[in-house]
Design a protein around this ligand. Structure first.
Ligand code: A3P
Length: 257
């Protein structure tokens, strides 16, 4: 089985769509059989209906199963590693990740209110958000990626050259689809198409859960939107803290492409 592990707000839904399409040889109709959360169980979720419990859904599915989780590496169930599950990890630069998370917390009415932007930056820096510290999350998987054969991807690379990245995912999954199918998958998983796909854009959830009138789930899908949010002073303060928290690793994040 395949596992997609991604910290909140960095292309989980996008990667889920790519993986599902690869497994269905680019068949758009097959991948519109149900909303994302019903096609790919969200391991740790216990949410109100219509989101199914991740574990229950998982129990009712046949292999090859794809599982979504946001868990940090130390909480990943041991069985995943023992059974040699394929793990696809997607990372996104901290500032864009933070911005995306902020807007998501505004529209996701099941999460705590994000509060003022300036305070939110500090919450992010201290890891005081659901699923914990961004810094520990990206580092944990980065340090284990070779030993555990994790495919470590970047949101920015997906944006820059989706075809190249879809092919990387395909090879990692030991699949082989034709060039035409790859082209189709790239097109079907473009931001524009996914934004209008009711089975991928989360509009199936009631307004009391995700309120898209506050901020759409498929919000912008860009690299560098942080420049529209951080003041120069906030950016400097964030960068200084970032340098301290990330001093022990050299992960090639890009804040622009
Ligand atoms: P923004 O808020 O920056 O727009 P997740 O699925 O992990 O919750 O991540 C959501 C983020 O991925 C949102 O970022 C969303 O717009 C973006 N996204 C989703 N599908 C995308 C696609 N096909 N292309 C580019 N970005 C996409």
């Amino acid at each position: 089985q395949y596992i997609i592990i991604i910290y909140h707000k960095r292309g989980t839904t996008w990667t889920q769509e790519i993986v599902d399409l690869l497994l269905h040889n680019g068949d758009a109709k097959a991948c519109m059989r149900a909303p994302t959360v019903q096609r790919i169980p969200f391991l740790e979720i216990q949410a109100p209906p219509p989101i199914p419990s991740g574990l229950e859904l998982l129990g009712s599915m046949k292999p090859p199963r794809v599982i979504k989780t946001h868990l940090p590496i130390q909480l990943v169930p041991e069985g995943f590693w023992k059974n040699k599950c394929k793990v696809i990890y997607v990372a996104r630069n901290a500032k864009d990740n933070l911005v995306s998370y902020y807007h998501f917390d505004r529209m996701n009415l099941t999460q705590p209110e994000p509060g003022p932007w300036d305070e939110y930056i500090h919450k992010f820096m201290r890891g005081k958000l659901s699923w914990g510290s961004w810094y520990d999350h990206v580092k944990g998987y980065w340090q284990e990626r070779e030993k555990r054969n994790i495919l470590y991807l970047f949101f920015e690379d997906l944006k820059e050259d989706p075809r190249r990245e879809v092919e990387r995912i395909m090879r990692y999954m030991d699949l082989s689809v034709s060039d035409d199918v790859i082209d189709k998958i790239v097109q079907l998983t473009s931001f524009k198409v996914m934004k209008d796909n009711p089975m991928a854009n989360y509009t199936f959830l009631p307004k009391a859960v995700f309120d898209h009138s506050i901020s759409a789930f498929m919000r912008k899908g860009e690299v560098g939107d942080w420049t529209n949010h951080f003041t120069p002073a906030q950016s400097q303060m964030f960068d200084e803290d970032y340098a301290r928290q990330m001093a022990d690793v050299d992960i090639p994040f890009r804040t622009s492409i």
